[in-house]
Design a protein around this ligand. Structure first.
Ligand code: GTP
Length: 414
């Protein structure tokens, strides 16, 4: 058994991808902007530190010239109080050193050094070394980056929500309806209309409308096709039933005379005998055989013999009770007539009537030739203990008797 593949709606996937891509874009833009901000503020920090240094240098010059360590220290503290300044060191020409700010930044590689001149242009009285505060830089850049992150975050979140709502409304809901409809559609439900919830679009169509329209047309086409198929099947079935009926009729009928054939005798006679025994009903049979038929064949040819056989079968059939009696060709020029509900005397009377009729009717052949024929009959009735073979054997023996007695006659016995 194979697991069915995991179902992942397209719209949900698009929404997820939009969110991931937006987050990536925000991260890249934010990183770039933070880097630019870092460069800008670092440059600005250096400038601020230089400005601060040069502002305090004249005052430091006076304090060092007057050898007033407290005033120097005061200036150092004032310089160190600037947020941009990390560390301050003043080295007096006398060798005295004054420090302020973060001592861990002392000796940093990018320090800014300014010579401190004596008041009124005397020789240098010391050196001022300033180091920018990297923590200040980090905090300023960090604050700005955080603000940008929040701004972008709000913007991107709002955009993602809007896109998600639109994708859900425009894509996910109609596609889900169509997918559910297609999955649940069975041949019996072909008339079920496809209903999709969609916002009104004032006469404009898109791929989903085209698809839905295609499905509706396909349904209509299939319905028409199935209806045609039903008609076609009904028509073919009718033809087939007629053909089967015809085949059945042919399988039961003798092709030359139209009488039933030997096979039908084997099929029907046992049940006629059985019915006669079970319900105590009369049943008679008569065997008839054309007299001197060989002579007709020999004198006029087989085709004429065939005409005579057909003539005789028709002559007998026309005089039987329709739907009750039946005639079958037993073989050659010998026929069996079955007379249900008929006692022997009535069967003998029927046989006599038939014999007279056959003998009386002239067969008109092509070329003006007229033929008269006679037939001999063996008639018997079904009696207790009979089956179809004993009944036929008795009728056949009686027919033989009729032939022996001179032909064109009826021999009978119970
Ligand atoms: N034309 C034609 N002849 C057939 C057919 N079936 C059998 N026959 C012929 O029927 C003839 C039967 O001859 P016989 O058995 O001697 O019988 P008969 O000449 O009628 O003589 P009796 O029955 O003794 O009066 C044969 O010549 C067969 O060839 C058939 O379908 N068509």
């Amino acid at each position: 058994m194979t697991d069915s593949p995991l179902f992942r709606p397209i719209a949900a996937r698009l929404i997820r991808r939009t969110i991931v891509l937006s987050a990536l874009c925000v991260a890249v833009v934010l990183a770039l902007q933070t880097w630019l901000l870092w460069q800008q503020h670092r440059q600005r920090l250096v400038e601020v530190v230089e400005t601060v240094g040069s502002t305090h240098v004249p005052l430091l010059g006076v304090a060092l010239w007057d050898i007033e360590p407290q005033a120097v220290q005061l200036q150092v503290r004032a310089i160190a109080s600037w947020p941009e300044v990390g560390h301050v060191r003043v080295r007096a020409a006398t060798g005295q050193v004054f420090v302020g700010g973060d001592a861990s930044l002392a000796g940093a590689p990018h320090s800014h050094v300014v010579e401190i001149s004596a008041p009124r242009g005397g020789p240098p009285v010391g050196q001022l070394e300033l180091v920018a505060d990297p923590a200040h830089l980090r905090s300023v850049v960090g604050r700005n980056a955080l603000q940008m992150l929040m701004g972008y975050g709000v913007l991107v979140t709002a955009l993602c929500v809007l896109i998600a709502v639109m994708l859900r409304r425009e894509l996910q809901t109609p596609l889900e309806s169509m997918a559910r409809f297609a999955a649940e559609l069975t041949p019996e439900q072909l008339t079920k209309p496809l209903q999709i919830e969609r916002p009104t679009r004032q006469g404009r169509v898109d791929e989903i409308d085209v698809l839905a329209d295609g499905i509706s047309k396909l349904q209509a086409g299939l319905r028409g096709h199935i209806a045609n198929l039903d008609d076609l099947v009904a028509e073919r079935t009718e033809k087939l039933e007629l053909l089967v009926e015809e085949i059945h009729r042919l399988s039961m009928t003798d092709a030359l005379t139209g009488a039933y054939n030997r096979r039908t005798i084997d099929d029907r006679l046992p049940s006629e005998v059985e019915r006669s025994h079970r319900y105590g009903r009369d049943l008679s049979v008569l065997f008839l055989d054309l007299d001197h038929f060989k002579q007709i064949n020999d004198s006029h040819g087989h085709p004429v013999g065939d005409v005579v056989l057909r003539h005789m079968a028709n002559c007998v059939r026309e005089r039987l009770r329709s739907g009750v009696d039946w005639i079958a060709r037993y073989g050659g020029e010998e026929f069996l007539v079955v007379l249900p509900e008929t006692p022997l005397d009535s069967a003998v009377a029927t046989a006599e009537r038939l014999r007279e009729r056959i003998a009386a009717e002239l067969i008109v052949l092509d070329g003006g030739l007229n033929l008269s024929i006679t037939a001999s009959f063996g008639v018997t009735a079904c009696r207790e203990g009979d089956d179809s073979s004993t009944l036929l054997a008795r009728a056949d023996a009686l027919l033989y008797e009729a032939k022996l007695a001179g032909r064109n006659r009826v021999a009978s016995s119970t």
